[in-house]
Design a protein around this ligand. Structure first.
Ligand code: GLU
Length: 307
């Protein structure tokens, strides 16, 4: 795999594309990000990390959190129960689209990576209160990243909570159809905190490594999630991890990955390493434009496609 100076070179190349992207600002606090930021870390199973860019920058997980909550609820409830409430099919629609919800009978969000499906998944996190459920999720994230310091951005959580009218409407639809049965404001409180969990690209890469190694943390030897759970999550990363650009991403890059509107990307190269990227300038599908460029360079140069 590449050296630090090669990676720095790739970052320099990819950064040139930042000017074609735009930071997300529908969550007002995300609008403050600098579109020219770009950092990447590659975490190897022997604990070696190759990184480039300002790796102390923190990114909120946003949609990347969906893959982690999915793993947690699969552990909590098992495959059968989870997929009674959410489907397994890609939609080809934008992440917050409401369009397909009415088409499936009986109603059920098509997959856990679109917002409607993610809200149904967050609803399933076990715990007696929002606080306890969030605490369990945070502990799980900390364990995956091997970093007990990870927390969430109150500013970003509040900013999304105050403006998430479309997500609230998805929740009400889900409630009408019996997919969720909790108070919508409580679910939004939990979901916006989940999306606002923040970390560096090094933490992201370490989580990617655990998925890459079938749920086992190679540094501690602990099996953090059953290999089947890691397999399901990686499959969703391939089929719908990069929004409605997932098909093109599979063809051109071919690495299981999940992105978020903060500009983060978590990628897992099976059996080899985890990759974490933070580059807030987004393309028109909502993926980090510089992050995609970086992954393309890496995949082409080192033949990382799984296909
Ligand atoms: N918190 C964001 C939302 O629900 C996540 C979206 C994303 O990263 O795709 O709108």
């Amino acid at each position: 795999m590449c050296t630090k100076s090669e990676l720095e070179q790739f970052v320099k190349q990819a950064k040139q594309y930042a000017r074609f992207g735009k930071v997300a600002d529908y969550i007002p606090a995300l609008g403050k990000a600098n579109p020219n930021d770009l950092s990447i870390a590659i975490y190897k199973p022997d604990g070696n990390v190759i990184d480039a860019g300002d790796t102390t920058d923190k990114v909120t997980l946003q949609s990347i959190s969906k893959i982690i909550t999915l793993a947690l609820v699969l552990i909590d409830h098992g495959e059968k129960e989870v997929f009674q409430k959410v489907g397994m099919e890609p939609t080809g629609d934008p992440f917050h689209s409401i369009a397909k919800l009415e088409e499936v009978q009986p109603a059920k969000p098509l997959n856990p990576m679109i917002n409607a499906g993610a809200l149904a998944v967050t609803h399933m996190i076990n715990g007696a209160s929002v606080e306890e459920r969030f605490w369990r999720l945070l502990q799980f994230v900390r364990k995956l990243a091997g970093n007990p310091e990870i927390s969430y951005s109150k500013e970003v959580a509040t900013s999304e909570f105050e403006t998430a009218f479309l997500n609230r409407s998805l929740c009400y639809f889900l409630k009408q159809h019996g997919i969720i049965n909790e108070d919508v404001e409580e679910l939004m409180d939990l979901y916006t905190k989940q999306c606002a969990i923040e970390m560096t690209c090094v933490d992201l890469a370490r989580i990617g490594l655990v998925f890459a190694m079938d749920g086992r943390d190679p540094l501690t030897g602990e099996q953090i999630m059953p290999s089947d759970v890691a397999r399901i999550c990686k499959t969703f990363m391939v089929t719908c991890g990069m929004y409605n650009a997932s098909g093109e991403f599979a063809i051109k890059i071919g690495i299981p990955a999940k992105s978020g509107v903060s500009g983060g990307i978590l990628a897992a190269v099976p059996g080899r390493f985890g990759i974490g990227i933070f580059g807030p300038a987004l393309d028109d599908k909502g993926n980090s434009i510089t992050g995609m460029k970086l992954l393309k360079l890496l995949s082409k140069t080192y033949s990382l496609s799984i296909f």
